[in-house]
Design a protein around this ligand. Structure first.
Ligand code: SAM
Length: 230
């Protein structure tokens, strides 16, 4: 299966080579098993208990915060999707509004950066409860591997982003094994990045960009970014 998926994913399509530093997005359908998980029970059960832990090393968090510092303009409207008690935003920067969606209310209540938050299972309902064009940036940190309808979620992100807005997906290599989709178990990092770029492209985002911001001797950090047309 790994070889089969690898062959499928490395087929090429037209892309903008000026920005993109990964394999171009896929031009085939996702294989049937792609989104299957070992545990298909309701995600609400898995996330019922709060987890006040970090999911990547401190050095990796510092790199992500530094990326946000550069990428997110002060006073912009940001949405932290698949959030918890920590958003990794730079403490000294003020944003017009920081909204979030997550799975555990206690975690979200404890997140000091949030102005508003909502609990929603995006696998059960990928429709985001936000107005069209209402954010300048949407972030998903170390969580994209749990989405079973990621293209639907990307379409929703696209709808909620203002013209010229950006979606930033930060990825590393840890996962909750029973809840991560099959593809993230079997594909190597460059193809996982390619898969996320494909989600974005199929969701209508463009100017795709892949960045490796991994620190030495700590969890890696790969960032995929896409923009709405300005
Ligand atoms: C590894 S944690 C990462 C949390 C946070 N973004 C961070 O950087 O620490 C995975 C997160 O994915 C989110 N998540 C998992 N399954 C989800 C689902 N079905 N719908 C929406 N969010 C989900 C939960 O909010 C959970 O906290």
């Amino acid at each position: 299966m790994l070889n089969h998926l690898g062959r499928v994913l490395t087929r090429r399509r037209q892309h903008d080579p000026r920005l993109y530093h990964g394999n171009p997005p896929m031009n085939t359908d996702f294989p049937e098993q792609f989104f299957q998980r070992q545990d298909e029970s309701a995600d609400e059960d898995f996330y019922r208990q709060p987890r006040f832990v970090t999911h990547i090393d401190d050095a990796t968090i510092l790199r992500l915060t530094e990326f946000y510092r550069q990428a997110l303009a002060p006073n912009s409207r940001v949405l932290d999707l698949m959030s918890s008690w920590i958003s990794h935003l730079p403490e000294e920067v003020e944003y017009a509004r920081v909204s979030a969606q997550g799975m555990n209310l206690e975690e979200l209540n404890a997140n000091p950066r949030l102005d508003a938050h909502v609990v929603q299972n995006l696998n059960a309902n990928p429709k985001l409860p936000f107005e069209d064009n209402s954010f300048d940036a949407v972030m998903i940190a170390v969580s994209i591997q749990y989405l079973t309808q990621p293209v639907e979620v990307m379409k929703e992100i696209n709808r909620c982003l203002a013209p010229g807005g950006q979606c930033i997906v930060a990825m590393s290599h840890r996962l909750f094994p029973t809840k991560a989709i099959y593809a993230f178990h079997v594909l190597p990092p460059d193809q996982r990045v390619q898969v996320v770029a494909t989600y974005m492209e199929r969701g209508g985002l463009g100017k795709l960009e892949v960045l490796d911001r991994s620190p030495e001797n700590a969890d890696p950090l790969w960032i995929v970014r896409g923009f709405t047309p300005s």
